[in-house]
Structure formats: structure tokens, C-alpha cells
Design a protein around this ligand. Structure first.
Ligand code: CP
Ligand code: NVA
Length: 339
């Protein structure tokens, strides 16, 4: 739902919060005077954020809980076996009750309709922590990671300074090989608006195409013109600066495992695939995690191409930026980078 400038602002704010919270990451830039050390804004002081998670999570949950602490607030983890939501109570009633006691809701749901209903009836802001259609906080972490590595894509670009706005990214070609699932869908509505091209390969069976409401949104935002879709992984990685994949079996699809493993044969990201497909020789690799060897082999996953662990770390700073701006300050307007 954010505009391109709002996304840029949020990612720059994440960069700022990361280095404010961990100045030792770049000691050459850390202030020598202790009195100059600054704290992140305590915008969640005395506030509680409901983490309404009906699916499991490592990164998103830990990022949210630790980010809330750094902002001076508290996150309440509410799993599906803890509360009535999704079992004995509708999203509408849950949203009104939880929103009456907490200042924000970060929700990981099954069907995307559930989060739409939460957002419609909640008196406080609702952020999507993953739904069947979308995973918006993932692409924010991916963007921060790409900006932090801008010098790898454009030799001569300075390594980002923690005290300056993030360096811009040159227009990139970003390939995605795998299932048309939530992580890809946010790439489709985000990267083209920021000047990047997206090339996708999914298996030919219709169930691996994006759901209609997702593609309608891609078209509504004018992003479809910058997306090339095929069923051939080699075609997708042509000219790619970045190659991305995700699990072939998303949470809730476990019963389809055997069929999916058959349908996705040939879609594993490997050095050979990217060489034969003509990826940029310096291509980098992203994956939201958790990862299986099916979709990417160890040679790529643990190589120097792979940015997956900085990407995982950046879930924290981007979620913290979203909580600060959307739950703490209620301010996502404006386009400038924050100081
Ligand atoms: N990438 C991601 O959302 O990971 P978790 O499912 O562990 O939160
Ligand atoms: N597509 C995956 C993403 C996990 C972070 C899933 O929905 O399970």
C-alpha cells in the first residue's frame, strides 16, 4: 500500500535505526564522545503491539519482538493456540477487541481476506506479517540489503556510510525462479516502481500463476510493463543482477509436497543454471528463508554471492522502521530520508 517514495523513506529509516542501535557495525563512523551517543526514538514507550501469528515464524517474530523493545515498547506474541482469533472469534471482533487494548497489530494469517478484515475493523494500524498473497516486510529487508551492497552492482559506488542516506541503486534486473507465492508478489509490486526490472519463471501449470487479485494489483500499479514472465528458468535469469527464490512448499501446502517436487523439477537455483541462462557473472542471491535444498543448492546458498544472512538480519531493522513510523509516530508521509 506504500508509494515508492514512502518505501524509500522507510528503508532509509531502517538504515538509520540499524546504525543508531549498533554503532559498532561501523566503528570508524561511531562518535568518540559518549555524550553524542543517541538512542532510537522511544516511540513505542508505554505501548503494546499485538503479534497475531496463526503460522510459525523465526525471523518475523524475533525481529518484531526485539524491535519493539528497542523502541521502548512491548510486543505480545499471540499464537493461534493462545487466543480465540481464528478458532472461536471472527477477525472483525478480534480486531476491535485487540485494537482497543494495543496500539498496533502485526498479523501473520492464512487467507489474505483475514488480514483485510482485521484492517477494516481495527481502530489501530494493522501491518501484514505474511498472508497467502503477500509478504510486504520481506521485500523491505531485501531492498535494504541491496542498497547496502550497491557497491557490488556499481563498482565505484562508495560503501554505505551509517551517517549518510543509503546510496542509490542503479536499475537492476531481478530474477525470481520458483513458486508464484507471497514473497514474489511483493517483489512484483515494489521493484518496478523503484526502477528495477523483474524476470520470473514458474512452472507452466495454472496453479503456479499469481492469483487474480495479486495480478490485478500489479497491473493497477503499472508494474506489469516491467515484468517478464516465462516457464523457463534460463530465460528468467538472463542478464540478472540478483536471483531470488523461495520455498516450493509454502506453509499450509504440505499436503501438495510430492506433486510440487515433481512440478518444480529443473527450477533449482544453481551456478550452472545462471551460467547457462546468461546471468550477470557477478549475480547475487537472495532468499527469505527458511530454505530447503530443493530450490537452491548449497554451492549457491553458502557462497559469497549469497546475501541471505544480512537479508535475515535486516528483517529486524526494516520491521523496526515500520513499527516506529506506522505504530509509534503514525507518520509515513514525506519523502525525505530521515536524519
Ligand atoms: N522470512 C520469514 O518471514 O521468515 P519467518 O517465517 O521465519 O518469519
Ligand atoms: N512463501 C513462504 C514464505 C515464508 C517466509 C510461505 O508462505 O511459507
Amino acid at each position: 500500500d506504500l508509494s515508492g517514495p514512502q518505501i524509500n523513506r522507510l528503508v532509509n529509516h531502517a538504515h538509520h535505526l540499524k546504525h543508531l542501535s549498533m554503532p559498532w557495525l561501523a566503528p570508524q563512523h561511531a562518535t568518540k564522545k559518549k555524550s553524542n551517543l543517541r538512542m532510537p526514538s522511544q516511540s513505542l514507550f508505554n505501548k503494546s503491539i499485538a503479534l497475531l501469528f496463526s503460522k510459525r515464524s523465526t525471523r518475523t517474530r524475533i525481529a518484531a519482538e526485539t524491535a519493539a523493545v528497542l523502541l521502548g515498547g512491548r510486543a505480545l506474541f499471540l499464537g493461534s493456540s493462545d487466543i480465540q482469533f481464528g478458532v472461536n472469534e471472527s477477525p472483525r471482533d478480534s480486531a476491535r477487541v485487540i485494537g482497543g487494548m494495543c496500539q498496533g497489530i502485526f498479523a501473520r494469517v492464512g487467507a489474505h481476506d483475514e488480514i483485510e478484515e482485521l484492517a477494516r475493523y481495527s481502530p489501530v494500524p494493522v501491518l501484514n506479517a505474511l498472508s497467502s498473497f503477500w509478504h510486504p516486510t520481506q521485500v523491505l529487508a531485501d531492498l535494504l540489503t541491496l542498497h547496502e551492497h550497491a557497491h557490488l552492482f556499481s563498482p565505484g559506488t562508495p560503501v554505505p556510510s551509517p551517517i549518510k542516506p543509503l546510496p542509490p541503486l542503479r536499475p537492476l534486473t531481478i530474477a525470481y525462479v520458483g513458486d508464484s507465492a507471497n514473497v514474489l508478489h511483493d517483489m512484483l509490486v515494489t521493484y518496478p516502481r523503484l526502477g528495477h526490472k523483474v524476470r520470473v519463471a514458474t512452472p507452466p501449470q495454472p496453479q503456479y500463476n499469481p492469483p487474480k487479485p495479486v495480478w490485478d494489483r500489479v497491473v493497477e500499479l503499472g508494474c506489469d510493463k516491467h515484468v517478464v514472465w516465462s516457464n523457463d528458468p534460463r530465460e528468467a535469469v538472463k542478464g540478472a543482477d540478483v536471483v531470488v527464490t523461495d520455498t516450493w512448499i509454502s506453509m499450509g501446502q504440505e499436503a501438495e509436497k510430492a506433486q510440487r517436487l515433481k512440478d518444480f523439477a529443473g527450477y533449482q537455483v544453481t551456478e550452472a543454471l545462471c551460467r547457462e541462462g546468461g546471468a550477470n557473472p557477478d549475480w547475487k542471491f537472495l532468499h527469505c528463508l527458511p530454505r530447503k535444498q530443493d530450490e537452491v543448492d548449497d554451492e549457491v546458498f553458502y557462497s559469497s554471492r549469497s546475501l541471505v544472512f544480512p537479508e535475515a538480519d535486516n528483517r529486524k531493522w526494516t520491521i523496526m522502521a515500520a513499527f516506529d513510523l506506522l505504530f509509534g509516530k503514525w507518520d509515513i508521509t514525506g519523502e525525505k530520508s530521515l536524519k
